[in-house]
Design a protein around this ligand. Structure first.
Ligand SMILES: [Zn+2]
Ligand SMILES: [Zn+2]
Length: 137
């Protein structure tokens, strides 16, 4: 038997909040909070097998980053990607980002954004759980 899932458990960017009281394909459904603050329902089997792990808007931005699309103006986790600064660090583009928590602007490397390692500005990120390794290279 798999271990019981409890409130406050982390699955990628999701933290379980409470059970909805419903089931989906015989699996209890949970209200999960994404690192961006949105709440999404997901059944336990999808949390366990990794199908569910972030909200749709965050997943969409991550997909656009992997595909090399335009990311300016998009939000992911607690940041909004503002603009390409035109500078690079270790051959990675630097984007100016806005922290959705405190409003501060800060630079972030594209390589770190693409791996989901930039949760918020460096100051706010200190107060948040460390970002999980999503296995993106
Ligand atoms: Zn999200
Ligand atoms: Zn901040």
């Amino acid at each position: 038997m798999a271990q019981m899932i409890e409130a406050g458990q982390r699955f990628k960017w999701f933290t379980t909040v409470r059970k909805t009281g419903r089931t989906y394909r015989n699996s209890p459904e949970w209200v999960c909070r994404c690192t961006c603050g949105r709440e999404v329902n997901a059944p336990e089997f999808a949390l366990r097998n990794g199908q569910a792990g972030c909200c749709y808007p965050c997943a969409e931005t991550m997909q656009i980053m992997r595909a090399g699309g335009k990311i300016e103006g998009r939000s992911v986790q607690q940041i909004t990607i503002m603009k390409d600064t035109g500078t690079t660090q270790n051959r990675s583009k630097i984007y100016e980002c806005k922290c959705n928590l405190c409003g501060n602007l800060f630079p972030a490397r594209f390589v770190d954004l693409r791996k989901g390692q930039v949760v918020a500005c460096p100051e706010c990120a200190k107060k948040l759980p460390p970002p999980p390794d999503l296995g993106i290279r």
